[in-house]
Design a protein around this ligand. Structure first.
Ligand code: ADP
Ligand code: MG
Length: 327
């Protein structure tokens, strides 16, 4: 039986897997069962399926990439996850393998993305929840930067909550666009460059990224700033600028980002939001972000609004859920 399934799988491509209603056995170092009916998420180059480790019954997430992908990135992503291993807020990686039809990354199954939770909550999170999400994201990006890497695609879809007693942990995922910004041995920073195409997601891209400047740590921070405003306000002023021509659409987004005063962008929000984004925009190309300062701004925001940061207070955590460890 197993053998037949293995054979079948080898003859299928990824699109066909989702049409197969039976569980499929994937040959690998360990044995995993992929639940082809349950898609946990769709990415830009593949899908993430629910799976189980055959021997233990533990649930996993399986990210698949077509082996014919022009620019395979899953193996690269796996290496980044390996570098981040052991740090809180990054998913565990169980395995990676390549087959004739696809590459598979077997990872810890996480909960919903901040984007899907936000939609479930009708685009309204409490101020405390917004502050605590951003606070954890600053910590994740600090770890990532300490490993000589940039994220370059910071957005609510790329941060997930954990499951069970880890619902109070915000996980960083999706290192498909990640880039090394300095040499791990010499510490030498990548050179300043311009004329680059936009990498990442226009809605959260920094102004310098729109202007074609090579990204560095400052751009991750600026994107966190826009994500913060998005969560606190429910939208960003450059959202929904539809144009069949992506170049024109990006130009409109860039124009609004440059022209809109930060006081207007952050109208009605705690004043620390302006300081956060202004700080990111004032950084020079090679500057190391002052993560402590950014976190202080967030703590001040909470304090001034009479809020006490405690991760059991995320909007999606029900008070009776006493399994949550408070960190
Ligand atoms: N480990 C995981 N557990 C649960 N869902 C996941 C996991 N990894 C990814 N997803 C879901 O799949 C989506 C796409 O995954 P992602 O790695 O961001 O792919 P892409 O690089 O194509 O954007 C995520 O936004 C999330 O909803
Ligand atoms: Mg993604």
């Amino acid at each position: 039986m197993k053998e037949i399934k293995e054979k079948n799988l080898n003859q299928k491509n990824e699109e066909e897997i989702q049409n197969n209603n039976k569980n499929i056995f994937i040959p690998g170092k360990n044995n995993y069962i992929i639940d082809s009916k349950t898609v946990l998420g769709k990415g830009s180059f593949g899908k993430i399926y629910l799976g189980t480790i055959k021997t233990t019954g533990e649930e996993v997430a399986i990210k698949l990439e077509s082996a014919r992908a022009e620019q395979p990135q899953l193996i690269y992503e796996k290496k980044i996850y390996d570098l981040l291993k052991g740090n809180i807020g990054f998913p565990k990686i169980y395995d990676f393998f390549s087959e004739s039809k696809y590459n598979a990354l077997i990872m810890e199954r996480l909960g919903k993305s901040i984007e899907s939770l936000f939609n479930e909550y009708h685009k309204k999170f409490s101020l405390l929840t917004c502050i605590m999400i951003i606070d954890q994201i600053v910590s994740r990006i600090e770890v990532l930067h300490s490993k000589n890497l940039l994220h370059r695609d910071i957005k609510p879809d790329n941060f997930l909550i954990g499951r069970g007693n880890k619902k109070n942990v915000i996980y960083a995922i999706d290192f498909g666009l990640s880039k090394k910004y300095r040499d791990s041995r010499t510490g030498l920073h990548i050179p300043y460059r311009d004329g680059k195409d936009l990498t990442g997601t226009a809605r959260y891209a920094s102004i310098n990224t729109h202007l074609g400047v090579e990204q560095s740590r400052r751009d991750d921070i600026e994107s966190i700033g826009y994500m913060m405003v998005y969560l606190m306000k429910g939208s960003l002023p450059w959202q929904g600028k539809v144009n069949s021509n992506p170049k024109k659409k990006y130009d409109t987004i860039k124009k609004i980002k440059i022209e809109r005063k930060l006081t207007d962008l952050c109208e009605g929000l705690p004043k620390e939001c302006i300081q956060f984004i202004q700080y990111a925009r004032d950084m020079r190309f090679e500057d190391k972000p002052d993560y402590k300062f950014l976190k202080k701004l967030l703590h001040k925001m909470a304090k001034r609004n009479g809020l006490i940061m405690s991760s059991s207070k995320f909007d999606w955590i029900i008070p009776e859920d006493n399994k949550i460890e408070n960190k």
